[in-house]
Design a binder for this molecule. Structure first.
Ligand code: SF4
Length: 435
Protein backbone atom coordinates (compact mmCIF):
# COMPACT_ATOMS: atom_id res chain seq x y z
CA UNK A 1 0.00 0.00 0.00
CA UNK A 2 2.86 2.34 0.79
CA UNK A 3 4.85 1.80 -2.40
CA UNK A 4 4.10 3.65 -5.61
CA UNK A 5 5.93 1.34 -7.94
CA UNK A 6 6.97 2.88 -11.20
CA UNK A 7 6.60 6.45 -10.02
CA UNK A 8 9.49 8.60 -11.29
CA UNK A 9 12.01 9.65 -8.66
CA UNK A 10 11.47 13.34 -9.52
CA UNK A 11 7.70 12.94 -9.15
CA UNK A 12 8.16 11.28 -5.79
CA UNK A 13 10.51 14.01 -4.60
CA UNK A 14 8.02 16.67 -5.70
CA UNK A 15 5.17 14.89 -3.92
CA UNK A 16 7.23 14.62 -0.75
CA UNK A 17 8.23 18.28 -1.01
CA UNK A 18 4.62 19.44 -1.28
CA UNK A 19 3.97 18.13 2.17
CA UNK A 20 7.39 18.88 3.64
CA UNK A 21 6.42 22.49 2.97
CA UNK A 22 3.83 22.08 5.68
CA UNK A 23 6.42 20.75 8.09
CA UNK A 24 8.59 22.95 10.26
CA UNK A 25 11.97 23.87 8.79
CA UNK A 26 15.22 22.48 10.07
CA UNK A 27 18.71 23.34 8.92
CA UNK A 28 16.79 25.89 6.92
CA UNK A 29 18.09 29.21 5.79
CA UNK A 30 14.69 30.45 4.72
CA UNK A 31 12.34 29.78 7.56
CA UNK A 32 8.80 30.39 6.47
CA UNK A 33 7.04 32.64 8.97
CA UNK A 34 4.16 30.19 9.28
CA UNK A 35 0.91 31.14 10.89
CA UNK A 36 0.56 34.55 9.31
CA UNK A 37 3.27 36.88 8.20
CA UNK A 38 4.40 39.83 10.21
CA UNK A 39 3.64 42.90 8.18
CA UNK A 40 4.14 46.59 8.76
CA UNK A 41 0.48 46.91 9.72
CA UNK A 42 0.39 44.08 12.20
CA UNK A 43 2.01 43.19 15.47
CA UNK A 44 5.47 44.38 16.44
CA UNK A 45 6.14 45.84 12.98
CA UNK A 46 8.90 48.21 14.02
CA UNK A 47 11.18 45.22 14.51
CA UNK A 48 10.66 43.67 11.09
CA UNK A 49 14.21 44.54 10.13
CA UNK A 50 15.74 43.41 13.39
CA UNK A 51 18.16 40.55 12.82
CA UNK A 52 17.32 37.43 14.77
CA UNK A 53 19.97 35.16 16.23
CA UNK A 54 18.96 32.71 13.51
CA UNK A 55 20.57 35.20 11.12
CA UNK A 56 17.48 36.41 9.28
CA UNK A 57 14.99 39.20 9.69
CA UNK A 58 11.27 38.45 9.55
CA UNK A 59 10.99 40.93 6.69
CA UNK A 60 13.74 39.19 4.69
CA UNK A 61 12.10 35.82 5.25
CA UNK A 62 8.79 37.18 4.08
CA UNK A 63 10.39 38.61 0.93
CA UNK A 64 12.31 35.42 0.18
CA UNK A 65 9.18 33.31 0.43
CA UNK A 66 7.31 35.72 -1.84
CA UNK A 67 10.08 35.53 -4.44
CA UNK A 68 10.07 31.77 -4.28
CA UNK A 69 6.30 31.59 -4.60
CA UNK A 70 6.30 33.95 -7.58
CA UNK A 71 9.11 32.16 -9.40
CA UNK A 72 7.33 28.83 -8.81
CA UNK A 73 4.27 30.19 -10.62
CA UNK A 74 6.14 31.44 -13.68
CA UNK A 75 5.62 29.61 -16.98
CA UNK A 76 9.41 29.10 -17.15
CA UNK A 77 10.45 28.49 -13.56
CA UNK A 78 13.96 29.44 -12.57
CA UNK A 79 16.54 26.77 -11.80
CA UNK A 80 16.18 27.67 -8.12
CA UNK A 81 12.41 27.15 -8.29
CA UNK A 82 12.90 23.77 -9.97
CA UNK A 83 15.37 22.73 -7.29
CA UNK A 84 12.97 23.94 -4.63
CA UNK A 85 10.18 21.82 -6.11
CA UNK A 86 12.37 18.74 -5.58
CA UNK A 87 13.04 19.71 -1.98
CA UNK A 88 16.39 21.49 -2.38
CA UNK A 89 16.85 24.79 -0.57
CA UNK A 90 19.71 26.86 0.81
CA UNK A 91 20.61 25.89 4.35
CA UNK A 92 23.08 27.04 6.97
CA UNK A 93 25.36 24.30 8.26
CA UNK A 94 26.50 23.98 11.87
CA UNK A 95 29.75 25.86 11.07
CA UNK A 96 27.88 28.66 9.24
CA UNK A 97 28.60 27.45 5.67
CA UNK A 98 25.66 27.64 3.24
CA UNK A 99 24.84 24.67 1.05
CA UNK A 100 22.04 23.45 -1.22
CA UNK A 101 20.31 20.87 0.97
CA UNK A 102 17.90 18.20 -0.21
CA UNK A 103 15.34 17.91 2.56
CA UNK A 104 13.15 14.90 2.02
CA UNK A 105 11.54 11.76 3.37
CA UNK A 106 12.07 8.09 2.76
CA UNK A 107 8.30 7.79 2.86
CA UNK A 108 5.39 10.15 3.45
CA UNK A 109 3.31 7.15 4.55
CA UNK A 110 2.87 7.06 8.32
CA UNK A 111 0.99 4.67 10.59
CA UNK A 112 0.85 7.22 13.44
CA UNK A 113 -1.79 9.85 13.87
CA UNK A 114 -0.22 12.97 15.37
CA UNK A 115 -2.87 15.68 15.57
CA UNK A 116 -0.93 18.49 13.88
CA UNK A 117 0.98 16.57 11.22
CA UNK A 118 0.43 16.67 7.45
CA UNK A 119 1.62 13.04 7.19
CA UNK A 120 -0.77 11.54 9.77
CA UNK A 121 -2.26 8.17 8.86
CA UNK A 122 -5.86 9.31 8.57
CA UNK A 123 -5.13 12.18 6.24
CA UNK A 124 -6.09 11.52 2.65
CA UNK A 125 -3.40 12.46 0.14
CA UNK A 126 -1.12 10.75 -2.34
CA UNK A 127 1.89 9.24 -0.58
CA UNK A 128 5.33 8.47 -1.99
CA UNK A 129 7.98 6.03 -0.82
CA UNK A 130 11.62 5.40 -1.69
CA UNK A 131 13.48 2.21 -0.96
CA UNK A 132 16.86 2.84 0.73
CA UNK A 133 18.97 1.93 -2.34
CA UNK A 134 16.76 4.06 -4.59
CA UNK A 135 16.92 7.11 -2.32
CA UNK A 136 20.69 6.76 -1.95
CA UNK A 137 21.15 6.57 -5.72
CA UNK A 138 18.81 9.49 -6.48
CA UNK A 139 20.56 11.71 -3.97
CA UNK A 140 24.00 10.61 -5.18
CA UNK A 141 23.04 11.56 -8.74
CA UNK A 142 21.75 14.95 -7.58
CA UNK A 143 24.98 15.45 -5.66
CA UNK A 144 27.17 14.55 -8.62
CA UNK A 145 25.13 16.86 -10.87
CA UNK A 146 25.71 19.72 -8.40
CA UNK A 147 21.98 20.08 -7.65
CA UNK A 148 22.29 19.19 -3.96
CA UNK A 149 25.31 19.37 -1.69
CA UNK A 150 23.83 17.83 1.44
CA UNK A 151 20.96 15.60 2.58
CA UNK A 152 18.44 15.93 5.39
CA UNK A 153 16.58 12.62 5.56
CA UNK A 154 13.48 11.99 7.63
CA UNK A 155 10.59 9.57 7.26
CA UNK A 156 7.04 8.76 8.22
CA UNK A 157 6.78 5.72 10.49
CA UNK A 158 5.97 2.59 8.47
CA UNK A 159 6.23 -0.81 10.16
CA UNK A 160 7.29 0.65 13.53
CA UNK A 161 9.96 3.13 14.58
CA UNK A 162 12.71 0.49 14.77
CA UNK A 163 12.08 -0.85 11.27
CA UNK A 164 11.86 2.67 9.85
CA UNK A 165 15.12 3.63 11.55
CA UNK A 166 16.72 0.58 9.95
CA UNK A 167 15.62 1.88 6.56
CA UNK A 168 17.13 5.30 7.26
CA UNK A 169 20.36 3.66 8.42
CA UNK A 170 20.43 1.43 5.32
CA UNK A 171 20.10 4.51 3.09
CA UNK A 172 22.91 6.27 4.92
CA UNK A 173 25.13 3.17 4.86
CA UNK A 174 24.72 2.79 1.08
CA UNK A 175 25.54 6.45 0.59
CA UNK A 176 28.64 6.36 2.80
CA UNK A 177 29.79 2.93 1.60
CA UNK A 178 28.99 1.90 -1.95
CA UNK A 179 28.41 5.44 -3.21
CA UNK A 180 31.35 6.95 -1.28
CA UNK A 181 29.39 10.08 -0.31
CA UNK A 182 31.37 12.22 2.16
CA UNK A 183 29.15 15.32 2.35
CA UNK A 184 26.68 16.59 4.95
CA UNK A 185 24.05 14.15 6.19
CA UNK A 186 21.35 14.93 8.76
CA UNK A 187 19.39 11.87 9.85
CA UNK A 188 16.19 11.87 11.85
CA UNK A 189 15.77 9.35 14.62
CA UNK A 190 12.34 7.79 14.72
CA UNK A 191 10.22 7.46 17.88
CA UNK A 192 11.41 4.37 19.74
CA UNK A 193 14.85 4.13 18.05
CA UNK A 194 16.99 1.57 19.90
CA UNK A 195 20.40 2.22 21.45
CA UNK A 196 22.33 0.18 18.86
CA UNK A 197 20.57 2.08 16.10
CA UNK A 198 21.53 5.38 17.72
CA UNK A 199 25.20 4.32 17.68
CA UNK A 200 24.99 3.15 14.06
CA UNK A 201 23.31 6.43 13.06
CA UNK A 202 26.06 8.35 14.86
CA UNK A 203 28.68 6.57 12.75
CA UNK A 204 27.00 7.71 9.54
CA UNK A 205 25.52 11.17 10.10
CA UNK A 206 26.85 14.69 10.72
CA UNK A 207 23.75 15.68 12.62
CA UNK A 208 21.05 13.66 14.37
CA UNK A 209 17.67 14.86 15.54
CA UNK A 210 14.58 13.72 17.34
CA UNK A 211 11.57 16.02 17.22
CA UNK A 212 10.33 16.30 20.79
CA UNK A 213 7.48 18.51 19.45
CA UNK A 214 6.28 19.48 22.95
CA UNK A 215 8.17 20.40 26.13
CA UNK A 216 6.74 17.66 28.36
CA UNK A 217 4.47 14.63 28.55
CA UNK A 218 1.28 16.57 29.24
CA UNK A 219 1.71 18.91 26.28
CA UNK A 220 2.73 16.09 23.96
CA UNK A 221 -0.60 14.34 24.68
CA UNK A 222 -2.37 17.28 23.07
CA UNK A 223 -0.25 17.15 19.92
CA UNK A 224 0.65 13.51 19.49
CA UNK A 225 -1.16 11.27 21.99
CA UNK A 226 0.41 8.12 20.52
CA UNK A 227 3.96 9.21 21.34
CA UNK A 228 5.70 8.64 24.67
CA UNK A 229 7.80 11.65 25.64
CA UNK A 230 10.54 10.04 27.74
CA UNK A 231 10.87 6.50 26.42
CA UNK A 232 10.34 7.11 22.71
CA UNK A 233 11.62 10.63 22.12
CA UNK A 234 13.96 11.83 24.85
CA UNK A 235 15.70 8.48 25.37
CA UNK A 236 17.39 8.31 21.92
CA UNK A 237 18.79 11.82 22.48
CA UNK A 238 20.07 10.80 25.91
CA UNK A 239 21.72 7.67 24.48
CA UNK A 240 23.36 9.72 21.76
CA UNK A 241 24.79 12.12 24.32
CA UNK A 242 26.00 9.29 26.59
CA UNK A 243 27.63 7.54 23.63
CA UNK A 244 29.33 10.78 22.56
CA UNK A 245 30.82 11.06 26.03
CA UNK A 246 31.87 7.46 26.49
CA UNK A 247 33.20 6.47 23.05
CA UNK A 248 35.93 8.09 21.00
CA UNK A 249 34.74 8.81 17.46
CA UNK A 250 38.15 7.75 16.04
CA UNK A 251 37.34 4.19 17.11
CA UNK A 252 34.67 4.29 14.42
CA UNK A 253 36.73 6.10 11.80
CA UNK A 254 35.20 9.51 12.54
CA UNK A 255 36.85 12.78 13.48
CA UNK A 256 33.90 13.96 15.54
CA UNK A 257 30.47 12.79 16.61
CA UNK A 258 27.36 14.31 15.06
CA UNK A 259 25.67 17.30 16.65
CA UNK A 260 22.24 16.76 18.22
CA UNK A 261 19.19 18.94 17.65
CA UNK A 262 15.48 18.88 18.34
CA UNK A 263 12.39 20.85 17.47
CA UNK A 264 9.26 22.12 19.21
CA UNK A 265 5.94 23.03 17.69
CA UNK A 266 5.09 26.37 19.33
CA UNK A 267 1.52 27.19 20.28
CA UNK A 268 -0.07 23.89 19.32
CA UNK A 269 -0.59 22.51 22.80
CA UNK A 270 -1.40 25.57 24.91
CA UNK A 271 2.09 25.55 26.40
CA UNK A 272 3.78 28.73 27.67
CA UNK A 273 7.29 29.99 26.93
CA UNK A 274 8.56 29.08 30.39
CA UNK A 275 7.69 25.42 29.75
CA UNK A 276 9.41 25.44 26.36
CA UNK A 277 12.49 27.26 27.60
CA UNK A 278 12.79 25.11 30.77
CA UNK A 279 13.11 22.05 28.54
CA UNK A 280 15.36 23.96 26.12
CA UNK A 281 17.61 24.96 29.04
CA UNK A 282 17.86 21.37 30.29
CA UNK A 283 18.57 20.00 26.80
CA UNK A 284 21.22 22.64 26.17
CA UNK A 285 23.00 22.27 29.51
CA UNK A 286 22.61 18.53 30.13
CA UNK A 287 22.57 16.95 26.67
CA UNK A 288 24.61 19.70 24.95
CA UNK A 289 22.18 20.02 22.09
CA UNK A 290 23.66 22.04 19.23
CA UNK A 291 20.42 23.78 18.57
CA UNK A 292 16.73 23.79 19.42
CA UNK A 293 14.38 24.66 16.57
CA UNK A 294 11.00 26.28 17.06
CA UNK A 295 8.14 26.24 14.63
CA UNK A 296 5.04 28.36 15.15
CA UNK A 297 1.98 26.15 14.92
CA UNK A 298 0.05 26.49 11.69
CA UNK A 299 -3.10 24.41 11.26
CA UNK A 300 -3.07 21.78 8.53
CA UNK A 301 -6.37 20.94 6.79
CA UNK A 302 -7.82 17.53 7.56
CA UNK A 303 -6.18 17.21 10.97
CA UNK A 304 -7.83 17.34 14.42
CA UNK A 305 -6.22 20.75 15.02
CA UNK A 306 -7.31 22.27 11.72
CA UNK A 307 -9.56 24.84 13.43
CA UNK A 308 -7.03 25.95 16.00
CA UNK A 309 -5.65 29.46 15.46
CA UNK A 310 -2.12 29.76 14.03
CA UNK A 311 0.58 30.93 16.39
CA UNK A 312 2.07 34.41 16.02
CA UNK A 313 5.44 33.97 14.21
CA UNK A 314 6.93 36.60 16.53
CA UNK A 315 6.64 34.11 19.36
CA UNK A 316 8.86 31.69 17.43
CA UNK A 317 11.32 34.54 16.80
CA UNK A 318 11.54 35.50 20.50
CA UNK A 319 12.04 31.86 21.49
CA UNK A 320 14.98 31.61 19.08
CA UNK A 321 16.49 34.73 20.62
CA UNK A 322 16.02 33.37 24.16
CA UNK A 323 17.48 29.96 23.23
CA UNK A 324 20.61 31.64 21.85
CA UNK A 325 20.91 33.65 25.07
CA UNK A 326 20.89 30.35 26.98
CA UNK A 327 23.30 28.58 24.63
CA UNK A 328 25.81 31.29 23.76
CA UNK A 329 25.44 34.15 26.25
CA UNK A 330 25.35 32.36 29.62
CA UNK A 331 21.78 33.37 30.45
CA UNK A 332 19.95 31.18 32.94
CA UNK A 333 16.23 30.59 32.88
CA UNK A 334 15.62 33.05 35.72
CA UNK A 335 17.40 35.81 33.77
CA UNK A 336 14.81 35.74 31.00
CA UNK A 337 12.15 38.47 31.13
CA UNK A 338 8.99 36.35 31.44
CA UNK A 339 5.67 38.16 31.81
CA UNK A 340 3.14 37.17 34.47
CA UNK A 341 1.63 34.86 31.83
CA UNK A 342 5.04 33.06 31.62
CA UNK A 343 5.58 34.37 28.10
CA UNK A 344 8.43 36.42 26.63
CA UNK A 345 7.37 39.92 25.62
CA UNK A 346 6.69 39.93 21.88
CA UNK A 347 7.52 43.59 21.38
CA UNK A 348 11.12 43.49 22.65
CA UNK A 349 14.26 41.44 22.18
CA UNK A 350 14.68 39.48 25.45
CA UNK A 351 18.29 40.64 25.87
CA UNK A 352 17.22 44.26 25.47
CA UNK A 353 14.42 43.70 28.00
CA UNK A 354 16.93 42.19 30.46
CA UNK A 355 19.34 45.13 29.99
CA UNK A 356 16.62 47.74 30.48
CA UNK A 357 15.78 46.16 33.82
CA UNK A 358 19.25 45.27 35.03
CA UNK A 359 21.79 47.64 33.46
CA UNK A 360 19.95 50.93 33.85
CA UNK A 361 22.30 53.09 35.93
CA UNK A 362 24.92 50.30 36.17
CA UNK A 363 26.94 50.70 33.01
CA UNK A 364 29.58 48.13 32.05
CA UNK A 365 33.16 49.47 31.63
CA UNK A 366 34.47 47.84 28.47
CA UNK A 367 38.08 47.98 29.70
CA UNK A 368 37.41 46.04 32.90
CA UNK A 369 34.40 43.82 32.22
CA UNK A 370 34.72 40.04 32.16
CA UNK A 371 33.54 38.28 29.02
CA UNK A 372 30.32 37.19 30.80
CA UNK A 373 29.52 40.84 31.66
CA UNK A 374 30.21 42.03 28.12
CA UNK A 375 27.86 39.34 26.80
CA UNK A 376 25.01 40.86 28.81
CA UNK A 377 25.24 44.15 26.91
CA UNK A 378 22.86 44.55 23.93
CA UNK A 379 24.86 44.77 20.70
CA UNK A 380 27.79 42.69 22.02
CA UNK A 381 27.79 39.04 20.98
CA UNK A 382 30.37 36.28 21.54
CA UNK A 383 32.56 37.49 18.66
CA UNK A 384 32.32 41.13 19.77
CA UNK A 385 33.17 40.26 23.38
CA UNK A 386 36.21 38.23 22.27
CA UNK A 387 37.30 41.07 19.97
CA UNK A 388 37.03 43.65 22.77
CA UNK A 389 39.08 41.51 25.16
CA UNK A 390 41.74 40.91 22.53
CA UNK A 391 41.86 44.57 21.40
CA UNK A 392 42.11 46.04 24.90
CA UNK A 393 45.20 43.90 25.57
CA UNK A 394 46.91 45.73 22.70
CA UNK A 395 45.76 49.31 23.26
CA UNK A 396 43.11 51.41 24.94
CA UNK A 397 39.79 51.66 23.19
CA UNK A 398 39.03 55.33 22.73
CA UNK A 399 35.48 55.72 21.56
CA UNK A 400 32.39 54.13 20.10
CA UNK A 401 34.03 54.08 16.66
CA UNK A 402 36.66 51.65 17.98
CA UNK A 403 33.92 49.31 19.17
CA UNK A 404 32.13 49.58 15.83
CA UNK A 405 35.33 48.58 14.03
CA UNK A 406 35.46 45.46 16.24
CA UNK A 407 32.05 44.36 14.97
CA UNK A 408 30.00 45.54 17.96
CA UNK A 409 26.53 47.01 17.31
CA UNK A 410 27.80 50.12 19.00
CA UNK A 411 24.61 52.19 18.96
CA UNK A 412 22.75 49.43 20.76
CA UNK A 413 25.53 48.99 23.28
CA UNK A 414 26.10 52.73 23.93
CA UNK A 415 23.38 53.28 26.62
CA UNK A 416 24.83 50.47 28.72
CA UNK A 417 28.61 50.95 28.59
CA UNK A 418 31.45 53.19 29.72
CA UNK A 419 34.64 53.64 27.69
CA UNK A 420 37.52 54.85 29.87
CA UNK A 421 35.00 55.78 32.56
CA UNK A 422 32.89 57.92 30.25
CA UNK A 423 29.48 57.28 28.71
CA UNK A 424 29.95 57.28 24.93
CA UNK A 425 28.13 59.79 22.80
CA UNK A 426 25.01 58.21 21.33
CA UNK A 427 24.03 58.76 17.75
CA UNK A 428 20.52 60.19 17.28
CA UNK A 429 18.38 57.73 15.36
CA UNK A 430 17.88 58.76 11.73
CA UNK A 431 14.65 60.77 11.29
CA UNK A 432 14.15 61.05 15.07
CA UNK A 433 12.22 64.11 16.15
CA UNK A 434 14.34 66.19 18.56
CA UNK A 435 12.74 66.27 22.03
S1 SF4 B 1 5.00 10.04 13.55
FE1 SF4 B 1 5.90 11.80 12.55
S2 SF4 B 1 5.26 11.68 10.41
FE2 SF4 B 1 3.94 10.30 11.57
S3 SF4 B 1 2.11 11.50 12.07
FE3 SF4 B 1 3.52 11.70 13.80
S4 SF4 B 1 4.75 13.55 13.40
FE4 SF4 B 1 3.74 12.92 11.48
Amino acid sequence: MFYDRGMEAATKLSLLTDHMGLEPAEDADLQRPVGGRPSPGQGPARQLHERAPCGNTPYALHQAMDTLTRSGGDPAPTLEAKKHSLGVSQAVMPGGRRIALLKTLLTSACERDCFYCPFRARRNFRRATFKPAEMALVFSQMHQAGVAEGLFLSSGVAGGGVRTQDQLIDTAAILRGRLAYRGYLHLKMMPGTERDQVLRSMQLADRLSVNLEAPNTERLKRLAPGKIFFEELLQPLKWAHELRQSLAPERFGRRRWPSLVTQFVVGGAGEDDLEILSTTHALTRQLKLGRVYFSAFNPVPDTPLENQAPEDPWREHRLYQASFLIRDYGFELEDLPFTSARRLPLDRDPKQAWAEENLAGVRVEVHKAEEAELLRVPGIGPKGAAAIISARRQARLRDIGDLRRLGVLADRAAPYILINGRAPAQQMPLFATPA
